[in-house]
Design a protein around this ligand. Structure first.
Ligand SMILES: *Cc1c(COP(=O)(O)O)cnc(C)c1O
Length: 464
């Protein structure tokens, strides 16, 4: 106790640390408030340790020693916490891992618009203020055949804005089978409540018929809503009213029809042997008033909510003050425009959009990479591990085509005493972290979305 008291007295003051010659280096590189806080925290830690009776060598209480420790803490503060990981989970569009990767063209746009002034709302030909989304709207109209288009921060925002604009304090008719929740925080009934619209459920969970919508329509009805049940499917004794029928009902009652597609594709994935995800242009052709979909799901662009449809409805959305709160910044608009240009111009879209490249990658190519990787990985992991190259399936993820699976190859890893959880942890702690999945007590690395085999050789050295 007496000794701890003496040691406490030995501790330098914050001021002494700041005036120490080796602190100068820190003060030249980092702001004074920050360095001061680090010094204070470091001293508090030591003081706390001593009071708890922790034995700390008196050498560790010297200014030099304390400052060296502060320096390394500052270095670790400086390492970005939002960081690259390797996605070998087999969920190709993983919401927890940031969904779509940007194309080369979109990355170039990010640098171009991020670091420079841009003509975001400036019409260069007229020399006066211009429209923020002009370029995006043009190319979206071309790609979808719609009359008008707008864009907000994500698809949830698009749904909120559309409901608030078209149905505030009025009723929106939705099938009970489509009152979905997506990833915990987006639930149709809750978004509807926040938008001010009143939910009018019709039909039953597994079956909804045209007469159900007809009966649900009343004096207060402002909108008929169809939601793509993107993350689950009702199978067996089920029926839903398709969009064409719903549009006909809307026309008859002069009520607009909206479809929340969630994912939605600009091209027909079935052309590439993939399951068919609704194509925006085909939905627009059916005469729907509003279609909403995400920018960072199948589209393969930045996080955004895209809205296409009839001019009257979209004009009203653009005039809603909420639009100002939900609008996109230049980083989103620049990367989204670059992505949409690829859809407009690219001779090989499945090569240019990384998301589509992973979806459409030939199994043969995946297998060949697996065969090259297997011995390298065996060598890296060493004794005790057992590796095989197996058949499996990947899924698109983010709600798209939930029940459809794409054939893939996985490297299955087992260890004679370590369980799958431990192996997963070991890969997760590599630099960069490698994320796989566990099935039947085996750790699997799904190869479909990993193009560089070197990414799957874990770098375990840098860890302490
Ligand atoms: C994903 C999804 C949303 C939410 O879209 P975000 O872009 O994540 O905001 C809404 N509706 C459906 C049907 C979806 O699949």
């Amino acid at each position: 106790m007496e000794q701890a008291k003496n040691l406490l007295r030995e501790l330098p003051s914050v001021d002494r640390l700041l005036k120490h010659p080796s602190c100068e280096r820190l003060l030249n590189r980092f702001n004074r408030e920050y360095v001061t806080r680090k010094c204070r925290e470091s001293l508090e830690d030591l003081r706390h340790g001593l009071r708890q009776g922790k034995s700390i060598p008196s050498q560790e209480l010297q200014e030099n020693f304390i400052l060296t420790r502060i320096e390394s803490q500052i270095a670790s503060d400086g390492v970005p916490k939002l960081n690259r990981v390797i996605n070998a989970t087999g969920t190709l569009l993983h919401t927890n891992l940031g969904r779509a990767l940007l194309s080369q063209a979109a990355m170039e746009a990010l640098y171009r618009v991020g670091g420079h002034p841009v003509n975001l709302e400036f019409d260069l030909s007229k020399g006066k203020r211009g429209k923020r989304e002009e370029a995006i709207e043009q190319v979206l109209l071309e790609l979808t055949g719609a009359e008008a288009a707008t864009v907000v921060n994500n698809n949830a925002a698009a749904v909120l804005l559309a409901l608030n604009t078209l149905a505030d304090k009025k009723e929106v008719v939705v099938s009970r089978g489509e009152l979905i929740e997506i990833g915990g925080s987006f639930r149709i009934p809750e978004v509807m409540a926040k938008s001010g619209a009143i939910l009018k459920e019709v039909g039953s969970t597994n079956r909804t018929h045209p007469q159900d919508y007809e009966r649900g329509i009343g004096k207060k009805t402002a909108l008929l809503l169809k939601v793509h049940t993107s993350n689950y499917r009702i199978v067996g004794f089920s029926s839903e009213v398709d969009l064409a029928e719903l549009v006909a009902i809307g026309k008859k009652h002069k009520i607009p029809v909206m479809e929340d597609l969630g994912s939605g594709a600009l091209i027909d994935l079935s052309r590439y042997g993939l399951p068919k995800e609704p194509v925006i242009k085909e939905r627009v052709e059916l005469g729907v008033d509003i279609v909403t979909f995400s920018g960072d799901k199948i589209l393969g662009g930045p996080q955004a909510g895209l809205v296409v449809g009839k001019k009257v409805s979209i004009n009203r959305m653009n005039q809603n003050p909420l639009k100002r709160a939900l609008r996109c910044g230049k980083l989103t608009l620049g990367t989204l425009e670059a992505t949409l240009r690829l859809y407009q111009q690219s001779a090989n879209i499945t090569d240019d959009i990384p998301t589509l490249k992973a979806f459409t990658r030939a199994l043969k190519e995946i297998e060949e990479m697996g065969e090259r990787l297997l011995p390298l990985l065996e060598k890296k992991l060493g004794k005790g591990f057992h590796l095989t190259l197996d058949d499996s399936t990947s899924q698109i993820g983010s709600g798209a085509l939930p029940t459809e699976e794409i054939p893939t190859k996985v490297i299955a890893i087992q260890h004679h005493e370590m369980g799958a959880e431990r192996i997963a942890q070991m890969f997760r702690l590599a630099v960069p972290p490698i994320l796989g999945r566990i099935k039947d007590n085996r750790f699997l690395l799904d190869l479909r979305a990993v193009f560089d085999p070197g990414d799957l050789i874990p770098n375990l050295e840098d860890r302490t």
